[in-house]
Design a protein around this ligand. Structure first.
Ligand code: HEM
Length: 154
């Protein structure tokens, strides 16, 4: 067990590369979420009233960036401290926003699958099973922290 330095590097390097193309990355990420779970559309303010996924929507980009970046930060903390540490205010806000929007446990699996598929497409030949495993572990730990907070606030 334990999150290794190599895993941390895989996550950090791939995020550094992917974040150079946030507009495309965020569109791909949301298309995949809706492909897997079309009903999730209604939860997002920027999706619910349009037929297509809006291009260059700041809120859409913000959510995509948050999921990728916070997972990357989780990877760093897992390697440094052995656990994901989120400030109390941030965690409280994450818990209440997702509760209010009607997000439930299985949605986190949808977003995980979309995250991993997006990384695979974006990284192309640089993609590896080790890279997927590192992102997957970091995401699971981050999602667990948010879900625990949602349970507490419910
Ligand atoms: C909003 C992060 C998973 C749906 C947000 C916000 C953050 C965030 C930072 C903005 C909070 C604010 O307004 O202050 C994350 C992270 C996730 C995650 C890090 C996973 C690790 C999910 C999942 C869903 C979801 C699984 C549902 C499929 C939403 C919705 C909003 C939101 C609907 C409100 C966005 C809007 O309509 O403008 N999330 N989220 N999130 N999140 Fe997530």
């Amino acid at each position: 067990g334990g999150f290794t330095e190599e895993q941390e590097t895989l996550v950090k390097q791939s995020w550094e590369s992917m974040k150079l193309n946030v507009p495309e990355l965020s569109l791909r990420f949301f298309s995949t979420i809706l492909e897997i779970a079309p009903a999730a559309k209604g939860m997002f303010s920027f999706l619910k009233d349009s037929d297509e996924i809006p291009h260059n929507n700041p809120k859409l980009k913000a959510h995509a960036i948050k999921v990728f970046k916070m997972t990357c930060e989780a990877a760093i903390q897992l390697r440094e401290k052995g656990e994901v540490v989120i400030s109390e205010n941030t965690l409280k806000n994450l818990g209440s926003v997702h509760l209010k929007k009607g997000v439930i446990g299985p949605h986190f699996e949808v977003v995980k699958e979309a995250l991993l598929r997006t990384i695979k497409e974006a990284m192309g030949e640089q993609y590896s099973e080790e890279m997927e495993k590192a992102w997957s572990e970091a995401y699971d730990q981050l999602a667990a922290a948010i879900k625990a907070e949602m349970k507490e606030e419910a």
